[in-house]
Design a protein around this ligand. Sequence first.
Ligand SMILES: [Mg+2]
Length: 229
Amino acid sequence: MINCIVFDMDDTLYDEQDYYKSGFATVSRIIAKDFELADRKVFDCLWQIFNCGNRTNTFDAAAEKLGVVLDAGYIQKLVGIFRSHQPDINLPSDSKAVLENLKGRYKLGLITDGYLPAQQLKVKALGIEKYFDSIIYTETLGRENWKPAPAGFKKLLTELDLPADQCVYIGDNLEKDFLSPNQMGFKTIRVIRKGRIHFGPAPSAQAGPSYEVSSITEVINLLREIDAV
Ligand SMILES: [Mg+2]
């Protein structure tokens, strides 16, 4: 019997690339103003570097391409602004329909990795707080407890007072989402969004999901099937 559906947020409920676009637009305006460049030129440069797979030194690489010097302190400031900006992101209609369908029929949870306050600002911007009985920001448990660590999943089960075998976890990222819930006894579903930004393989057979769907809408029928087993 399934009593609880737990979601990941980024690239599960919305396209994470929209968050990066929003953050890059914010910092582009600052860089453009400080170095007398066109906003669009700076944004296009950051976006191109990010899309080529540079997710860790995006600002350094952009500085080189734009021919400006961004020292470590300035980049640190940009990172801070990025992580604390008000994101211009929306909950897609299919995700909204799924959450509304499930709300009331199941307990709902959210477990999300990443920096605070960025994750909290995303939750607010998406307007999803109201759907969940428990929201776990793994950052509040210490960075060592970001997924794939089991701590966030354990905390959620404690808060909702449910055993893992009554829960389904829905995520996207093969590298970190499914290992712990699999080991704990959750059923796991991977949503493969077209615009996703993580493509890494599962590090082990145990880290793969129980089920895969190509759109979040399919989750509704799949949950019926899982519950009937
Ligand atoms: Mg994710």
